[in-house]
Design a protein around this ligand. Sequence first.
Ligand code: PLP
Length: 221
Amino acid sequence: MVNTEAYQKLRSELDPKGVTLVAVSKIKPVSDIKQLYDLGQRDFGENYVQELVEKQPQLPADIRWHFIGHLQSNKVKYIAPFVHLIHGVDGQKLLKEINKQAAKVNRVIPVLLQVYIAKEESKFGLDAAELEEVLTSAETASFRNIRIEGLMGMASFTENTEAVREEFSILKGLADRWAGHITENIQLRTLSFGMSGDYPLAIEEGSNMVRIGSLLFGARN
Ligand SMILES: *Cc1c(COP(=O)(O)O)cnc(C)c1O
C-alpha cells in the first residue's frame, strides 16, 4: 500500500533542497509504482535485474529506472538498453562490462561508484585506495560508454546516529576530494546516500539523492 501522504510530505521537504528522491520499489507490485507515478514520481529504484526487466515494459516509458542493487557482470546486458543510473558499481571489472554493454546499444550509461563506509562485513563497495584506482586508471579513461557521475554508499544499520553521521561524512569527504577531478567521463556531482531510516541525517551531511522504500511503500517483510 502506497503512503501518498508520506510521499507528498517527502517531496515538499526534498524538492526545495534540490534532493532527488529515488522511490525504491523492490518487491512491490507494478500497481504501487503506477500510483506514485500518477502523483508525479519519475525516479524509481530496483535491486534485482529480473524483477526490473519484468516491470519496466509494464510501466510508462518516461520512468527513470535506477539500479541500486548488487549488479553481477553477467546481467548488465539485460538492463543496459534502458537503465537511467547504476548506483552500486564496486569495481573495474563491472565498469568494463557496463561500458561494453552500453556500447552495444549505443548508449552512454551514467554510473555511481559504491564506496564502502559501513563497519559491517555484508556491505559492498570500494575503499579510498580502490576508489582512487578506478578514478585514475588509464583503462577507466578509455571507456567511451560510461560516465561516472558520483558516489553511493550505505551506512551501518544502527540506532547510533553519531556513527551513521561519521560514515556519511567519510563519503562526503571522498566526494569533495575528487570533485575537481573532471575528465571526459568523470564528474562527481551526485551523492546517493540516505534511506527511510536515515535520510534527514544524510541530507545534513551532503546527500543530494536519497533512496527511499519502506517509508513510501510500507514494510517489505
Ligand atoms: C532497499 C534499499 C533501499 C531502501 O530502503 P528503505 O529502508 O526501505 O528506505 C535503499 N537503498 C538500497 C541499496 C536498498 O537496497
